[in-house]
Every structure is written in C-alpha cells, then in structure tokens.
Design a protein around this ligand. Structure first.
Ligand code: ATP
Length: 261
C-alpha cells in the first residue's frame, strides 16, 4: 500500500507540570494524502490545536510519531506553515515586508532577489492584497491581516498548510469571503491542508474529509467523514445539495447527540 503523504501514527500527548499530568490526546492515527483538505472538529478543549501543534512541531509527542513526506517531524520547519486565529504579523513591517521576510528566510539561497520580490507579490496577489502593500498591520482590517498571514504561509511553499481556526475571529461576511479565497487557492495550488475549526458549515464546505474528535481528556479520533462533494463548490449551491446536507447533519449528530460536552 502506498504510504500517506502526512501520517500521524499512534500520537499521544501528555502535558506535565510538576507532579500533575494531563493526558490530552491518545492513540491518534490519521493519514492525509497530498492535495487533500482535511478539517479537525471537536468540542472546545478536546485537543484540536494540540494535534495541529504536534504536526507543526511546536508540541512534542509523548507517544507515536508524525511523518511528513517520509521524514519524521520533531521541530518546527518551513515545510509546515501555520496560520493562527489571531494574526501573527510583525506590527512594524508593511504587508509586503511581512511576507518578504519569510520569503527571504526560506528562499534566500535558492532564489535571486528579483525572484523573491516577484514571489512575494505573487502570493499577495493570490490573497488579493496587492492594493495594500505598504500598509502596516494596524492600518488594515482583521480579514486583511488574515489574508496576509495566509500569503506569508503560502509563500513558504509548505508541504502542509496548517490552519488553526484562521477565520474564527472574523465577522460572518468576511469569513465567507476568506473561505472562498482559500477554496480558490486550494483549487489552484492543490496544497495539502489541515485545518482546525469549530464551524460545521465551514468544515463541510471546505474539506475533503472531516475528522471528528472525541471529548477530552484522552481525546482520540471518533469518526472520519468523507464529505464527497464535487469541486469547485459554491456556497449558495451547496446549501441545497443533499451530499452537503448529509455531511453537515452527520457532523452535528456526532458533536451534539453522541458527544455532547
Ligand atoms: N502547553 C500546554 N500545557 C498544558 N496543558 C495544555 C497545553 N496546551 C494545551 N493544554 C491543554 O490541553 C487541552 C486541549 O487544548 P487545545 O487547545 O488543544 O484544545 P482545542 O480543542 O484546540 O480547544 P479550543 O477549541 O477551545 O481552541 C486543554 O485542556 C488545554 O488546557
């Protein structure tokens, strides 16, 4: 059998503080193919971000391993770019500089200065932010900041894009625009994406598969749903689509009937 591109194998995480230990994740197994968009959903505090942070290399596993493209993950790296809920842009740098800093770091040896400039612009074009190149983060909206964060992550050409509730702090309309942008980018770049979300509609609209986690402590994967919706997906059209309605209902049933917090 072909090996998965990203493989989470028997991952368990226990946090220890002094004598106190809390086992947050146990026996998490998940295989993600190249180009797949996978969402992780579950009740608050079950360990979704912890799992994403393990893949990012920010939290060490207590048991098991994460293998990405045949290499074991044990530290953060540019092959796994993370976009967090609250933007992490540097306030003293412009939009362009926030992205070019990452581009220079990753491609300083392999691309010329002109290529790096073009690459920075190209990624800001992908998220429709070239109108604000010289603005600082304090001068742009929350949605725009998340767009820049996504451009910065994409510009690193990661093997996996890790999204930790990237739209969680945005109003509904901005959120919808950003979700559409992420779908367009995914259609163009065919990148591999792992996204944590609380939002059932978002998970059903964006994902190929939805990973549903059991409640913590000792959270594990309870069920994995194949969404089975054709792409490209249109948010208005899917609302009437039986496959979408079924996927949504299955996640709601898991979260609120079988795993009520
Ligand atoms: N560094 C840490 N040290 C100790 N405990 C931690 C640490 N990080 C997370 N936890 C604990 O692990 C559990 C899972 O947290 P995590 O943030 O992964 O959950 P989550 O499902 O992403 O939550 P939410 O949906 O509310 O963001 C929580 O009980 C949290 O307090």
């Amino acid at each position: 059998m072909a090996k998965a591109y990203l493989s989470i194998e028997g991952v368990g995480v226990t946090f220890a503080k002094g004598a106190a230990r809390s086992e947050v994740l146990t026996g998490v197994d998940l295989k993600v193919d190249k180009g797949e968009f996978v969402s992780i959903i579950g009740h608050s505090g079950c360990g979704k971000s912890t799992l994403l942070n393990v893949v990012a290399g920010l939290v060490p596993v207590t048991t098991g391993a994460v293998i990405l493209d045949k290499q074991e993950v044990n530290a953060p790296g540019p092959d796994r770019a993370v976009v967090f809920q609250n933007h992490s842009l540097l306030p003293w740098l412009s939009v362009r500089e926030n992205v070019s800093l990452a581009v220079d770091k990753v491609f300083g040896r392999t691309k010329t200065a002109a290529e790096r400039r073009d690459w920075t612009l190209h990624n800001l074009e992908l998220v429709k932010m070239t109108h604000a190149l010289d603005k600082r983060p304090s001068e742009i909206s929350g949605g725009m900041k998340q767009r820049v964060g996504i451009a910065r992550a994409l510009a690193m050409e990661p093997k996996v894009l890790l999204l930790d509730e990237p739209f969680g702090a945005l109003d509904a309309l901005t959120r919808a625009h950003l979700q559409d942008s992420v779908m367009e980018i995914h259609a163009t770049l065919k990148n591999t994406v792992l996204m944590v979300t609380h939002d059932v509609d978002e998970a059903a609209l964006l994902s190929d598969r939805i990973v549903m986690m059991t409640n913590g402590p000792r959270a594990a994967i309870g069920q994995v749903l194949d969404v089975g919706l054709q792409r490209p997906r249109d948010r208005l059209a899917v609302a009437e689509n039986p496959t979408y309605i079924h996927a949504r209902a299955a996640v709601i049933e898991f979260l609120y009937a079988r795993r009520a917090a």
